[in-house]
Design a protein around this ligand. Structure first.
Ligand code: SF4
Length: 285
C-alpha cells in the first residue's frame, strides 16, 4: 500500500472517531491492566460484567491480593477460563506489590513478567497508560491489517512490526483502537460490511462484500457516524461526498467515540442469518 493511501485511511478513521478508546471499563491503570488481562479469549462485555462487581470491592493490588484466589473466583465466573485467570490475577497483584511498590510497571519487560500478561496486554498498557507508541495486534487488527493491505503479515508479530514501521507518526497513538473497533463493528470476520465501510474505496481487499450481500453481514452496523472528510479529492470515492452541512447522526459523543466509524443500529433482516451463523467462527481472512 502506498503511503498516501495509508495516511488517507487513518485520516478518515480519525475524522470519524477523533478520540477512540477501549470499551473495557476502568478508572485507574491497575483496573485497566486487570481488565485487559481478563479479556484474553473472552468478550469485553463479559469482562465488564465481572469488573463492574469486582472493582467496587477490590480495585488495588493490595485489595485484590487480600481476596485470594477463592475470593476473586465468584466475581470472574462470567469470564472465560476464570479459574486460571483468578490465579493469574492474585499472582499479578502480589508481584506488583512485592516488586513494583504497588504501581503498574512502565516497562515491557516488567509487564510481561506478570502472571497472565503477554505482549498484547503489555502493548495496550504501554500505549494507553504510558503514552508509548505501541500497536497491540489482536484478532480484529490482524484481520483488518491483512484485508486492507495496511500491514500484511502471517503472524500477529509480523503485522505489529509492519504497522509500527509504516503507520504515520501522528496516528500511532490511536491506531490500535481505530483498527480494533473497525474490525469489531465493520470489518467483521465472516462477512464484512464493505458497502457501509468508510474506507472501502481505499481498502485493497479483493473480495469485498457486494451491496446485495450486505444483509448477510453479521456486522452490528448499518450506517456511519459523521460525514466523510473532503480533504482527499484524489482518494475520495466518486460521488460519495457528503451533502454540504450534513450532520453526524450519532445520538451522543459516547456512541461516536466507542464505535470507530459507525453506529450500531438494529436490523431485523439480519436476525435470522445471525442466529444461523452464531456458532460459526469465521477464518480471519
Ligand atoms: S472495505 Fe470491507 S474488507 Fe475493506 S476494510 Fe472495509 S469492511 Fe473491511
Amino acid at each position: 500500500m502506498n503511503p498516501a493511501r495509508r495516511r488517507a485511511i487513518f485520516r478518515r478513521l480519525q475524522a470519524a472517531n477523533p478520540s477512540p478508546t477501549t470499551e473495557l471499563l476502568h478508572e485507574t491503570p491497575f483496573e485497566l491492566l486487570v481488565a485487559v488481562m481478563l479479556s484474553a479469549h473472552t468478550t469485553d462485555k463479559s469482562v465488564n460484567g465481572a469488573t463492574r462487581k469486582l472493582f467496587p470491592v477490590a480495585n488495588t493490588p493490595a485489595a485484590i491480593a487480600k481476596l485470594g484466589v477463592e475470593g476473586v473466583k465468584p466475581y470472574l465466573k462470567t469470564v472465560g477460563l476464570y479459574n486460571t485467570k483468578a490465579k493469574n490475577l492474585i499472582g499479578l497483584a502480589q508481584q506488583i506489590i512485592e516488586q513494583h511498590g504497588g504501581e503498574v510497571p512502565d516497562s515491557r519487560e516488567a509487564l510481561e513478567a506478570l502472571p497472565g500478561v503477554g505482549r498484547k496486554t503489555a502493548s495496550i498498557i504501554l500505549n494507553m497508560v504510558f503514552g508509548q507508541t505501541e500497536i497491540a495486534v489482536d484478532t480484529h487488527i490482524f484481520r483488518v491489517a491483512n484485508r486492507t493491505g495496511l500491514a500484511p503479515g502471517s503472524t500477529p508479530r509480523a503485522v505489529e512490526d509492519e504497522l509500527v514501521a509504516t503507520t504515520p507518526k501522528e496516528y500511532m497513538k490511536d491506531a490500535h483502537h481505530w483498527l480494533l473497533l473497525h474490525g469489531r463493528y465493520v470489518c467483521v470476520a465472516r462477512v464484512p460490511a464493505c458497502p457501509k465501510c468508510i474506507i472501502a474505496d481505499l481498502c485493497e481487499y479483493p473480495n469485498k462484500t457486494p451491496p446485495k450481500a450486505l444483509d448477510k453481514s453479521d456486522a452490528p452496523v448499518v450506517r456511519r457516524v459523521g460525514p466523510r472528510p473532503r480533504s482527499d479529492p484524489k482518494l475520495a470515492r466518486p460521488g460519495a461526498s457528503p451533502k454540504a452541512g450534513a450532520r453526524p447522526r450519532a445520538t451522543s459523543r459516547t456512541a461516536a467515540q466507542s464505535r470507530t466509524s459507525v453506529a450500531r443500529v438494529p436490523d431485523a433482516r439480519r436476525s435470522t442469518t445471525r442466529k444461523r451463523k452464531r456458532a460459526a467462527v469465521g477464518r480471519l481472512i
